[in-house]
Design a protein. Sequence first.
Length: 67
Amino acid sequence: MSEKGCLKCGSRNASTKGVAMTGTGLSKMFDVQKNEFIVVYCNNCGYSEFYNRHSSSASNVLDFFFG
């Protein structure tokens, strides 16, 4: 059984951070941060993946990142 880790370097050392981004159209024009994501990133190589904050809970995003 192989141990899964970062897709790029194989490290199992990762962290998460919440970010907000503008969308398109009027939200971009008025700088409304309506899109919220959780970023999971490898502490070894910096590889990152974004997950929609509203569709996945913070408790299982590391499971998605590591496969």
